[in-house]
Design a protein around this ligand. Sequence first.
Ligand code: PLP
Length: 431
Amino acid sequence: MLNQTTSDALFTQAKDLIPGGVNSPVRAFRSVGGTPVFMQSAAGAWLTDVDGNRYVDFINSWGPMILGHAPAVVLDAVRAALPHSLSFGAPTRRESELAQLITEMVPSIEKVRLVNSGTEACMSAIRVARGYTGRSKILKFEGCYHGHADAFLIAAGSGALTLGTPDSAGVTAGVAQDTLTVPYNDLPALQAAVAANPSQIAAIILEPVVGNMGLVVPQEGYLQALRALCTEHGIVLIFDEVMTGFRLAPGGAQELFGIVPDMTTLGKIIGGGLPVGAYGGRADIMNQVAPVGKVYQAGTLSGNPLATAAGLAQLRHLQQHPELYAQLDATTAHLADGSRQIAQELGLNYTVNRVGSMFSLFFTAAPVNNLEDAKQCDLPAFGRYFHAMLERGIYLAPSQFEALFISTAITDELVDKYLTACRESLVEAHR
Ligand code: PLP
């Protein structure tokens, strides 16, 4: 048994002060049970908790830490920025440098606005799309997560799904009415929804590779058909690349699949671990944003000097080292294929979905192509597996409905450690 004495005490205290003891719901371990691990420090692939236990990190702060924890290149940039003040609320050179780099790496983005989170990016992007088209409705996919703005908490994925609240209380009927939802990877359902709402849909927003119902891959031709449908109907196509941006390729999922969206939202990796998000796209659309256009959006800390320093350093490193993507792909293939093989050897035939450095082991033998498929998983067995892995020093997402995010700090030796633990934990979870 792990010694969790200090985590237990801190969690008890936190629960008195913070709802559920956490500042983001899925951290509370509700779906897997037990006490969340309180972290002390991390370096490279390794996390150390407040009781001194060490774990290999396969979540990496839900995606941002693609170079592992505390990489020198990012820390040095933050250290260099630190003495020059933590915020100005005025323009700085680095904001344009970061914008320049984003437009180079993601060419569909001609103009970009920096914000402080993925939620803000997605919330702002749909406002801009509404301003641009003069239409009210947006369409999203069941099980996709675009942050916690009201419009997205309809059939939401991620923690909302994990906790059984995909349709949040507190979202008004009026807002819900303007959010259409259809199943992912179901083209006829999408076509029907578009046909039923002629000239009313401002934007279709999606995760081009879904990370928030576990990892779900777009089926052959699906993204192309979606692009064509949006063009035909004058709908703004928004790729939410908060997870996939700079991860699946330097230019994200849109580069990998060769699709040009009208707008893109970014977060996570773009801040190197500090709070940054961004939304951008075609210049004619982005010129709707104040002070050029009439769509208002602002932020006291937007373009924050430390956050831009961290993000710029991490993105530059990725741009200058394209070989890291091949490394991440090989490492993750090894993890995913190994997990599939072990499950098969144990007679479990579990489904493993992977794209680049994101993957999920689903506790079901059926294919997982949408939310309904993901919901078929054996969640109690997943909970037992999660804790068995934790005991063996492997830190996974505490929910079946999440992807794992692999960092460049995962070595072959750590892949072997993971696979050994995976075999033992699958056995333990099904005893
Ligand atoms: N979009 C996607 C695809 C996400 O995965 C997330 C968060 O996990 C968000 C948006 C929201 O980002 P944030 O948590 O930074 O607000």
